[in-house]
Design a protein around this ligand. Sequence first.
Ligand code: GLA
Length: 460
Amino acid sequence: MDELKQLTALCAKLGAGDGAAGIMAAQLQKRATQFATERGVSREEAMQYLLEILVKGRQGEAPEHITVPRPTPSLREKLLIRFNATFGRSPTVVTRAPGRIEFIGNHTDYNGGTVLGAAIDRGVWVAMVPNETGVRRFGSEQHADIITLSADQVTKQSGPASWVNYPLGVLAAMPEFGLRVPAGFDYLVFSDLPTGAGLSSSAAIELASLLAFLDCTGQQPTRDVVVKIGLHAENNFVGLPCGILDQGVSGFGQKDHLVFIDCRGPEFATVPMPAGAQFWIFNTHTKHALVDGLYAARHRECMEAAHLLGVRQLAEVSPEQFAVATAQLPPVEARRARHIVEEIARVAATVQALHRGDLTAVGAMLTASHRSSQQLFENSTPELDFLVDTLVATPGIHGARLTGGGFGGAVMALTTAQFNAADAAVVATAYAEKFGAALDILHTQTDNGAEVVQSGSTRG
Ligand code: GLA
């Protein structure tokens, strides 16, 4: 039965006479469409809202007593409304790529090691439509100005326009992988991922942009290639010598799973997350002024340690070999290398504990990883250390560690299902007393990897 017939039958059931039921049903349809546009919600939600009000009203409730919660627009819907308002037409392609938690495996990726991460239910959305003008127009929820570049202007931007370096870096990388790039287009990006929390908004914007560019040029490379293009953009255009973790997890994420990456291949797999475990993120909003330089310095120190040990990458050294060889290294390189070698062993132990469902053992590895960051890799901060100390002394916490590159950012805690917002607030109060600053707290779930949500491609 079509919608109008269904609605007519419903209105008749609610007491409307023969002719009136049909008129009411048609009005409902019209109002639902209007309401969806005005409120930026889906038409389905709008109809549901109107029907609930209608039914309650018919049951004798006075309008002022009808308390149906109004649907709130989703990020996707807000994106579509803004897209229309900015470019005067609808996008043909909509994509989404998640942020990620670094679960364990700190700075192991560019050392050829292993790492575990989780894609989360926050991320970046891109809407786009090709145009015939040959001009690329980039808009972002967070910036009022539209950045307009011709298709041959693929040069690094600075100042307020520098966010465009993520999609531009992807456009610069695509031909290196034998892929065609779209010429002119209108592009808008929205995000609900906190920036500066070490949740990798940069990989998310790279992958969401790339999937949009691929969709509107009708190309479908493998997921491995998608992830590598994101990394290529980050390394060569944005200019950070990072490893494959962020793009790999955003690309290969799976709900209720962790992504396991052997960065030497790289090879990607998933490991089921035992039921009942929860993720909480405590974002300090602190960021070392020299964070990119410090990251690059750690990268250099690791490469130097590998060179002195006579291997290509630190992942080639086992903890036993390292115990013997450590004397060959200066103190700083010895500390950095020990962190990497032991961290890779912790990743392996964590995978085993996950398979056994032993969350206590998993949590102990997470906290041990943080201690190693604190003492050996020296990429923690007093704020992050305080949070880990406070969290591990709190009931319901399996373990806690800094997540991401370090030198500020956020701490991730793996908790039981009993740990709740009130417990998190106690941690925030202790933090505020100590540092005079507020934490942002995020209770997050695992989610699927980057995807095309609406395709404009004519591919079959
Ligand atoms: C950042 C980088 C990743 C990884 C982590 C540290 O998030 O982007 O590639 O090196 O730091 O593990």
